[in-house]
Design a protein around this ligand. Structure first.
Ligand SMILES: [Cu+2]
Length: 122
């Protein structure tokens, strides 16, 4: 059996390509994607004593607000403009909404309209 140098080089190149492909595969798509300017954050609004606490939060586009009802009464987080409605939040339950557009979003509790808050998205 004679070994051709061309064949040996070809085999070497094939192995090299395989290693390089594996490396690219392991690096994954994240390596080519630009890193986000800021990881998405979650702002927490507690519902207690018939109030949203804090009553106003300012977040960045892409961030999420989480409302958690710490009250004994049932409340809602309901957009004044119909953008979202949590439905009834019983004691200990939460509702999350991610805001993908900038703006000022007033909201209230549908059960207790005197409870109001604002989400500002920049
Ligand atoms: Cu309420």
């Amino acid at each position: 059996m004679s070994r051709s140098p061309a064949r040996a080089i070809l085999r070497l190149l094939t192995a090299l390509v395989a290693v390089l492909s594996l490396g690219a595969l392991m690096a994954g798509p994240a390596a080519s994607a630009a890193p986000p300017a800021k990881p998405a954050a979650e702002a927490i609004v507690l519902i207690q004593d018939f109030q949203f606490d804090p009553p106003s939060v300012t977040i960045a586009v892409g961030d999420t607000v989480r409302w958690t009802n710490n009250d004994s009464a049932t409340h809602t987080s309901t957009s004044d403009k119909g953008v979202w409605d949590s439905g009834n939040l019983t004691t200990g339950t939460s509702f999350r909404r991610t805001f993908r557009t900038a703006g000022t979003f007033p909201y209230h509790c549908a059960i207790h309209p005197s409870m109001t808050g604002t989400v500002t998205v920049r």
